[in-house]
Ligand binder design. Structure first.
Ligand SMILES: *Cc1c(COP(=O)(O)O)cnc(C)c1O
Length: 379
């Protein structure tokens, strides 16, 4: 009998240690990890430079509060904005980053209506849940924020609904939980243009797509768009709780002392990790991710799409979805992959979702695809 609320459907084994791209469970079984702890441990497990940065800070100071100057927060913020006219607010999670973004957008614009997309996922607190386009995870909690509307993702004709009545539009560059759907380039550019002409803030939720996941620090950088606000979390501190809101400098007037805050946001331990994570995400590493990911996508298309049960391959970088036919339940596939020593994820629409650590090698990816092929072709 568990003493925990039953909020997660858990597999019956426990991961007790990790090294690089491998995890070991309580039975001593070793797994090749294609999950990164759901897009979090992008640099892998037990990373020496990250350990050192965190251990040093552990011995120096755990917490003081946001009443005092923070050199670490300034350093991490500077590495995130890289000289651009932007400001950063630190919090502890993705949902908190989106909550802060909602407040910032409403306060800055003086408007309250928000636009989001069907099948989006932005988090589970009441504000972030309100802009999430998935009824099944929203029902039963009473009235959420009203003033939120939803339109179709990747649909040009839906953009005209974004009028000057709205404070902001929230969008993911790849809808992750929603089934790994990648935004079309022209559509994303048209979305930015519509927001600009209507005076609506464009907020890009990079919580899953950011921190190198697609081979750039942020996925929107592939498209040359310039969001007003970017929200981050997951990979930011490689596993320590950490979130951030990056906003254009002009938005700064809306957030003054007392406007928003967080006791733990930007705490020294998480900042020490984030600071080191950003040093590890070098241009060379990001280029390697793009290179490996292109190779992987081709390999999946060549070897897996030939199988009758594979309906669609989608995504970008190391954020990939393999949609399976309904007679091949993805949860069952995950179990069979576990037996073969592979950890993977699922997403909406019977989709097998792969989020490998960015440091995974071609040889390891090759092995993983062979195993996935074996499991799928047995159906
Ligand atoms: C995971 C995720 C969130 C929520 O992050 P939490 O840290 O779980 O609150 C929000 N948006 C996207 C796109 C995500 O993938």
């Amino acid at each position: 009998m568990s003493t925990l609320f039953n909020t997660y459907k858990r597999f019956p084994f426990e991961i007790i240690s990790g090294e690089g791209v491998y995890l070991t469970d309580n039975h001593g079984k070793r797994y090749l990890d294609l999950t990164s702890g759901i897009g979090v441990c992008n640099l892998g497990y037990n990373v020496e430079s990250l350990n050192q940065a965190v251990i040093q800070q552990l011995h120096r100071l755990w917490h003081t509060s946001n009443l005092y100057h923070s050199t670490l927060q300034e350093q991490v913020a500077a590495k995130l904005v890289k000289g651009k006219d932007q400001l950063v607010f630190f919090c502890n999670s993705g949902t908190e980053a989106n909550e802060a973004a909602i407040k910032l957008a409403r306060k800055y614009t003086g408007k309250h209506k928000l636009m989001a997309f069907h099948q989006s996922f932005h988090g589970r607190t009441m504000g972030a849940l309100s802009i999430t386009g998935n009824e099944t995870i929203k029902s039963g909690f009473g009235r959420l924020l009203n003033d939120v509307d939803f339109i179709d993702y990747n649909e040009m004709s839906s953009l005209s609904a974004i009028t000057s009545d709205y404070a902001a539009v929230f969008v993911e560059i790849i809808q992750g939980e929603g089934g790994v759907t990648l935004a079309d380039t022209e559509w994303l550019i048209a979305l930015e243009k519509q927001c600009q002409t209507q005076g609506v803030l464009l907020i890009v939720d990079e919580i899953q797509t950011g921190m190198g996941r697609t081979g750039k620090l942020f996925a929107h950088q592939h498209y040359g768009i310039q969001p007003d606000i970017i929200t981050l979390a997951k990979g930011l501190a490689n596993g320590l709780p950490c979130g951030a809101v990056i906003g254009k400098q002009k938005l700064g007037e809306a957030f003054q002392p007392g406007s928003h805050g967080s006791t733990f946001g930007g705490n020294p331990i998480a900042m020490a990790a984030a600071n080191q994570v950003l040093d590890c995400l070098t241009p060379t590493l990001l280029e390697e991710v793009q290179h490996k990911a292109e190779w992987l996508f081709e390999k999946i298309e060549k070897e897996l799409t030939a199988l009758t049960m594979v309906k669609r391959v989608s995504g970008k970088g190391f954020m990939l979805g393999i949609q399976l036919a309904n007679n091949v339940p993805v949860e069952e596939v995950l179990g069979k992959l576990h037996e073969k020593g592979i950890l993977a994820l699922s997403a909406r629409g019977n989709t097998l979702r792969l989020l490998p650590p960015l440091i995974i090698s071609k040889e390891e990816l090759d092995k993983a695809i062979t195993q996935i092929h074996q499991v799928l072709s047995a159906y």
